[in-house]
Design a binder for this molecule. Structure first.
Ligand code: ARG
Length: 581
């Protein structure tokens, strides 16, 4: 509906250009927003105010001219000028009702699909030297919900799991792996089942023995220059580490597969070329033996230039070097229109620098939009990064196990008579979805405090509240299974029916906001409001005891569309629904 209003306004502008009220070469940005207050209609635009300068008229005069130039339209019941020159649009109830009836029949809930693009989504990307920890929750769940929403809107999405698999730590790990294997093969296998401990033990060896450290450094060189044996060992290590990751993805219900892994090492063969190409364009400088690029626009507080380091004095390449190669690959081989990076905000400067450099060096052209979708930190009660009681990082596997255990207690206390198998099933959905939803419902760029109590609460904008609300909606149909809805249609008579209908019609607008800005919390907030609108409707409008058969059917259809919208919304967030809980 919003895009419909926009197109009506675009037509009015065309007409005003023909009449030379506004210059023909003027590019008007037509912004249309939902109104907060229903007495101002359903949509409003500030377009008239934007045009006063070029039209050389008062805003209210321009608004009047726009209104006179709008084409006749059956979906708009009234248009009026408000305040200093806003134009308010009132949507016709029948038009809204038929939009909703259409949504019921359509897989895409009647939303208008945008022009399809190719979109690379870089997310999760753990460092394979260690196990996934709580910090990976944000990139992994936000990235995955974005992928679902983009695909639903018809885009071609290419997932890229840019894992850290090529740093100097790998020399240390391989040296330790080799050492353990030489002593006792089985022991080595066992040690690798807990990467966190394995990493720490390797680090202890590295710090205590000069000889070990030298060997570790040598192994990095061996590895990067293609030594067969060490590459085989490295692949074995990565394979184990990746299977840990994929175990977590499976627990979390995340759609990443092994095919989506394209780590830093994948760009190894292009790194020398990256340096050469930057050099050929005169962009490289030397700084203490390292190869770096200084860019005018990046300076520190003291005004000193901040370099991007691309090759260390010892010849080793860095994180930024693989990102340069990766951007080129994404733009030229994958032919992406957008490349989205779901990475911690602490890397904001890194991305600003490499994006700017990629443009300068013509690694990518203007057609690709490079977007760092940064996120804040997950903190503990003390407001500092979330840690275990003993001060270690919280492994994601452990966190999910605890969520499931807590959910099981919760569900059991609410349903003491339910059989164990069903309890466990329900608890799994509630546990995982609570963790995911807590994450997704927060503003991406803010820090937040991790709290099992809050996320497992049945009150407020939480997964348990919404999943429960969903079972209440679907519960209605169980009691109305004999009603034939084939020829039924939606009627919007009661205020609460109109409010629910208006909310339902906003699904598409919310999705486009979510994918444009990388904000799943927009969808979460919407689903929460939708659940609220449904409860108010349900309180005010009897469904099974409605006055007439038409009314009953219409209300059942509203409930049906609510259930369909909630379910679709949840699935885009990567959350399963329950029929009972
Ligand atoms: N592995 C990196 C980290 O753990 C994240 C990689 C993000 N993607 C990228 N193209 N740099 O911080």
């Amino acid at each position: 509906m919003k895009s419909h209003i926009q197109s009506l306004l675009a037509q009015a502008i065309e007409l005003l250009k023909q009449q030379e009220v506004i210059p023909t070469d003027f590019e008007a940005r037509i912004q249309v927003d939902r109104t907060k207050d229903k007495t101002h209609g359903d949509f409003a635009t500030n377009l008239a105010m934007m045009l006063t300068k070029v039209a050389r008229k008062k805003p209210t005069e321009v608004a009047q001219l726009i209104i006179e130039s709008l084409p006749e339209d059956s979906q708009v019941s009234k248009v009026e000028i408000a305040g200093p020159g806003f134009i308010n649009f009132f949507i016709d109830d029948n038009a809204l009702a038929s939009q909703l009836t259409l949504a019921l029949k359509d897989d895409h809930l009647g939303i208008s699909l945008p022009k399809a693009q190719t979109i690379v989504v870089d997310y999760s990307a753990p460092n394979l030297a260690k196990e996934m920890h709580v910090g990976h929750l944000r990139t992994t769940t936000i990235g995955d919900s974005m992928v679902h929403a983009l695909e639903f809107l018809g885009h071609k999405v290419i997932r890229q799991n840019h894992v850290g698999d090529w740093g100097t730590q790998f020399g240390m790990l391989l040296a330790y792996m080799e050492e353990l294997r030489a002593q006792n093969g089985e022991q080595a296998q066992l040690a690798l089942s807990d990467l966190e401990t394995f990493y720490r033990a390797a680090k202890v060896r590295f710090d205590e023995s000069e000889e070990f450290a030298t060997r570790a450094r040598k192994l990095v060189v061996e590895l990067q220059s293609g030594n067969e044996y060490y590459n085989k060992l490295w692949r074995e290590f990565n394979d184990i580490s990746l299977s840990h990751c994929h175990h977590v993805y499976q627990l979390l219900g995340v759609s990443l597969t092994r095919e989506d892994v394209r780590g830093e090492s994948a760009y190894n063969d292009d790194l020398a070329q990256v340096i050469q190409d930057l050099d050929a364009q005169g962009l490289l400088s030397e700084s203490n033996g390292a190869k770096v690029v200084f860019q005018e626009e990046f300076k520190n507080k003291e005004g000193e230039p901040l370099p991007v380091i691309l090759q260390k004095a010892d010849g080793g390449y860095l994180y930024a070097t693989s990102d340069m190669a990766a951007m080129r690959y994404r733009a030229n081989v994958l032919k992406a229109d957008r490349a989205l990076y779901f990475v911690d905000l602490r890397q904001a400067l890194h991305f600003q620098q490499v994006f700017a450099l990629a443009r300068k060096a013509n690694f990518v052209d203007d057609n690709i939009s490079l977007e760092h979708m940064g996120f804040g930190t997950i903190n503990g009660d003390d407001g500092r990064p979330f840690k275990t009681r003993s001060g270690n990082v919280v492994k994601l596997v452990d966190l999910l196990t605890e969520a499931n255990t807590r959910a099981l207690e919760l569900v059991r206390s609410k349903n003491p008579d339910m059989d164990e198998a069903e309890l466990i099933n329900i608890a799994k959905v509630i546990g995982i979805s609570s963790v995911k939803y807590a994450e997704l419902s927060k503003n991406r760029t803010s820090d937040y405090i991790f709290s099992f109590e809050q996320m497992l609460s049945f009150e407020g904008n939480t997964a348990p509240y919404l999943l429960y609300a969903y079972t209440r909606v679907t519960g209605i149909f169980k009691r109305a299974s004999d009603v034939d809805l084939t020829d039924a249609s939606i009627l919007l008579e009661h205020d609460k029916e109109k409010e629910l209908g208006t909310k339902l019609a906003q699904f598409g607008e919310v999705l486009s906001r979510m994918v444009a800005k990388g904000q799943p919390h927009a969808l979460c907030g919407y689903l929460f409001e939708l659940a609220g609108a449904f409860s108010s409707f349900y309180e005010a409008c009897p469904v099974l005891a409605a006055d007439t058969q038409e009314q009953k059917k219409s209300r059942l259809l509203l409930a049906k569309l609510t259930a369909k919208t909630l379910k679709k919304g949840f699935s885009l967030l990567g959350i399963d629904t329950l029929e009972r809980m």
